[in-house]
Design a binder for this molecule. Structure first.
Ligand SMILES: NC(=O)c1ccc[n+]([C@@H]2O[C@H](COP(=O)([O-])OP(=O)(O)OC[C@H]3O[C@@H](n4cnc5c(N)ncnc54)[C@H](O)[C@@H]3O)[C@@H](O)[C@H]2O)c1
Ligand SMILES: O=C(O)C[C@H](O)C(=O)O
Length: 328
């Protein structure tokens, strides 16, 4: 593997998630020993604040941080980047659904898709965290016709990690015993965290829990509505956990998922599991050398089918809405 610095762009770098993410990236959580060069994009009024964040990055004297460039011109910042983490977008407030952000945030992803298309490195991978993440990723990929659609993904790793944590707490198992967790569908309240294929120390998770009422009426809504619960408690949306999940997702994508396990990523559907082709929907995937593959052959019962269908129907509605807005 190359020891040249990995060039990583982060958008919305002066925001809440950025304030946690940049320090995780610079300290080596993503690349281990490989140096990293950060390229930070912000809107013009936020550049001064971003300068302050860069002073703090300097003050950490991170040995693996090979350089930092900041700016408000997407094409300049994306020049030659190997990884782009698209975080910059407005967060929702109390009482909003993430889909309410489509018209506010959609335009950001047309412009950034075009800029990535023009300037990124040939091997670029693009992870979208900004909400509504799945449909923003769809907008970006449609506006970047020269970049293969498989290079885009949206973040459902935070939901995946939340589901692992809830299951660990219920069963008393350590999080490291929990494998094969899946989030299906949209990063929204319709998402479907699936315990029927997950395992606790090798045992089927739904059987290990043995409590359909908990699974249906506590586990699924707790995971699906966790973002809203955090907004309610903190007054602003999740940030450190979102940054941590953004790093987890990018690390596994670039360096591979663990043997015998899989991760959740929202990727462009090839029609697997009846998810309409072309939607950016969350699936169980394995990753290797920067590529992902949807895990095939899982049996989907009626309970799971209904939930996957409901979430992908919402994604189809979002696609129709951004088509109507002329964003794709
Ligand atoms: N997918 C997930 O799991 C997940 C989790 C948490 C938050 N989010 C989403 O991530 C996004 C960022 O959250 P936050 O809490 O950091 O918000 P924030 O408001 O603190 O920061 C967003 C930053 O983006 C910047 N920005 C806006 N437009 C931009 C543009 N065109 N180019 C570059 N930067 C731009 C803003 O100036 C701001 O600094 C929100 O949309 C939020 O809903 C997603
Ligand atoms: O819920 C939100 O709006 C923020 C984020 O998507 C989350 O899941 O915490």
């Amino acid at each position: 593997m190359s020891s040249a610095p990995l060039k990583v762009a982060v958008t919305g770098a002066a925001g809440q998630i950025g304030y946690s993410l940049l320090f995780r990236l610079a300290s080596g959580s993503l690349t281990g020993g490989r140096p990293i060069e950060l390229r930070l994009l912000e809107i013009t009024p936020a550049l001064k604040a971003l300068e302050g964040v860069v002073m703090e990055l300097d003050d950490c004297a991170f040995p693996g941080l090979a350089g930092v460039e900041i700016g408000d011109d997407a094409e300049k910042i994306f020049d030659g980047v190997n990884l782009a983490l698209l975080v910059g977008a407005r967060p929702r407030g109390p009482g909003m659904e993430r889909g309410d952000l489509l018209s506010a945030n959609g335009a950001i992803f047309t412009a950034q898709g075009k800029a990535l298309n023009a300037a990124a490195a040939d091997d670029v991978r693009i992870g979208v965290t900004g909400n509504p993440a799945n449909t923003n990723a769809l907008i970006a990929l449609k506006n970047a016709p020269d970049i293969p659609a498989e290079r885009f993904s949206a973040l459902t790793r935070l939901d995946h990690n939340r589901a692992i944590s809830q299951l660990a707490a219920k069963t008393g198992a350590p999080v490291t015993d929990i494998t094969k967790m899946t989030i299906w569908g949209n990063h929204s309240a319709t998402q479907y965290p699936d315990l029927f294929h997950a395992e606790v120390a090798g045992r089927n998770a739904a059987e290990a829990v043995g409590d359909q009422d908990w699974l249906e009426n506590t586990f699924i809504p707790t995971v699906a509505k966790r973002g809203a619960a955090i907004i309610e408690a903190r007054g602003s949306s999740s940030a450190a956990s979102a940054a941590s999940a953004t790093v987890d997702a990018a690390r596994d994508w670039l360096y591979g998922s663990a043997e015998g396990d899989w991760v959740s990523m929202a990727v462009v559907s090839d029609g697997s599991y009846g998810v309409p082709e072309g939607l950016v929907s969350s699936f169980p995937v394995t990753t290797e050398n920067g590529d992902w593959k949807i895990v095939q052959g899982l049996e989907i019962d009626d309970f799971s089918r209904a939930r996957i269908d409901a979430s992908t129907a919402e994604l189809a509605d979002e696609r129709a809405a951004v088509t109507e807005l002329g964003l794709i």
